[in-house]
Ligand binder design. Structure first.
Ligand code: 4NP
Length: 157
């Protein structure tokens, strides 16, 4: 079993979206026993809240149902998960700082490390922007989650 944790700042937009996209890929490929996906935030400000209503609306339009409840990342996550995936450089730097050891630090990667067709090198924070920002998040995450899914399934064979 490989476990993936997607991480963004608030855990109400980008990382729960990534979690839903990955869960759909896992289900479509019948890999529920091989891969698990979860998400967490770097801040606890939105702890206990559903994902942002704008993110959920855009997700629904693309056939995704986000059910995740926001939670902050904790030290135990660095031991439980095999892949800890940051949405942008700020998230990445914070995760590297938080990692309890070198082995755990090695688990941290950027979402866009797994890009296939997107030219973006980070997943931009859509929180303070308009609708196009949320569509952009879904576009980038569909591409990069597909790349990550392929990487995990290849290394699992
Ligand atoms: P996320 O977006 O990191 O993609 O969940 C944000 C959500 C909340 C805030 C910032 C970004 N905030 O400042 O509360």
């Amino acid at each position: 079993m490989k476990k993936v944790l997607f991480v963004c700042l608030g855990n109400i937009c980008r990382s729960p979206m990534a979690e839903s996209i990955m869960k759909k890929l896992i289900a479509e490929n019948g890999m529920e026993k091989e891969i698990e996906a979860d998400s967490a935030g770097l801040i606890s400000y939105h702890e206990g809240e559903e994902a942002d209503s704008r993110m959920r609306m855009h997700a629904r339009r693309h056939g995704y149902d986000i059910t995740h409840i926001s939670r902050p990342i904790c030290e135990e996550d660095f031991y439980i998960f095999d892949y800890i995936i940051a949405m942008d450089d700020h998230n990445y730097d914070k995760l590297i700082d938080m990692a309890p050891g070198l082995d755990e630090e090695k688990k941290v990667a950027r979402m866009t490390d797994y890009r296939k067709n997107t030219v973006m090198d980070h997943v931009p924070d859509p929180y303070y922007g308009g609708h196009e920002g949320f569509e952009n998040v879904i576009r980038i995450l569909e591409d990069t989650c597909a790349g990550l899914f392929e990487k995990i399934t290849r290394s699992h064979e």
